[in-house]
Design a protein around this ligand. Sequence first.
Ligand SMILES: Nc1ncnc2c1ncn2[C@@H]1O[C@H](COP(=O)(O)OP(=O)(O)OP(=O)(O)O)[C@@H](O)[C@H]1O
Length: 341
Amino acid sequence: MLDGPFEPSDWQAFCSMISRRWPVSRWGNVGVVVGVSGGADSVGLLRGLCEIRSQQPAEGRRGFIVAAHLNHAIRGEESDADEAFVRDLAQSLDVPIVVERIVGSDVTDEASLRENRMAFVRTQAENVGARYVALGHTSDDNVETVLHHLFRGTGPTGLAGIAPHRSLGDDLVLVRPMLAITREQIRAGLRHKGCSWREDASNQDPRYRRNWIRHKLIPMITSKYPNAEAAISRASESQRDWLDLVDSAASEWIDIHICVDGHACEADTLRLRRDSRTDGAIVVAALQRIWGDRNWALGEMTKSHWQSIVGTIAGRSSQRYQLPGGLDVRASGDHVTITPI
Ligand SMILES: Nc1ncnc2c1ncn2[C@@H]1O[C@H](COP(=O)(O)OP(=O)(O)OP(=O)(O)O)[C@@H](O)[C@H]1O
């Protein structure tokens, strides 16, 4: 849900809203790498975190903040001007900065650029021993993501939108503390404080599907449903609550029913059939977790693949078959075994 009441012209209210979602007690004593593009959202995030930290007593400031900027170098002088802007910003805030410039790459699609950025900020966080990577996604980004997933075809995870946090490894967590703040609120806060940011012209280009959703579709929707964005945010947040519930039931299910033998996963079907939770969402969530943990080909699995496995576990479908990614499913006696071939 969007936080409120919120007076957008109040910079301190903006900082309080970040603090409410991500209290400084969690990050004030550890390292945080902030991904900064130079756009309003990540400029707001970096400035907000620095301000929140500066309001802490000196003994509560053992941690550190590092700004990280990846110069994709795909917009010529504009890209270099973004880099220069972020360098100046970090210097003015007395924050160390790491910058990398991509040379000679012809990658321009949105998904690959995003992947490159994630790999970059993650590596920087590991290099400096940070506990968190913080990114400036907003509630608008979340709404656009939910719609994008919906049109492309998605399940409960896609409808839950952008995750507020997720693990990036043993000691590193990705956080998005501004998911309840709108893009306009951030801009208003920055304007109130007299701070500037860079406008990325490619954010207007309707050839990118995300921009088309942002600039064409959402204005059309809100012309008839003025509160649609808040409604989509609320729906995705409650979807996330359900997902958390299913996730913890799935973990319990794995602990009880799955036995790992080398690369193979084995389930005792007799015990499974006595478990009332063997059908449906919890089992599929558990199977998806198993796939994710083992880097099996999650993206190639369809709903009917998951249902086949659920059917095999429940003794309803065939005894032996193969799945995408070279996995063999075999039911024999009281066991179902899934093995990479
Ligand atoms: N070139 C970059 N270098 C480092 N971090 C980045 C870069 N681009 C984006 N990020 C991080 O990823 C977040 C999401 O980026 P995305 O491009 O999806 O959103 P955006 O709305 O354009 O954000 P912003 O207004 O901060 O540019 C940003 O808020 C920022 O934290």
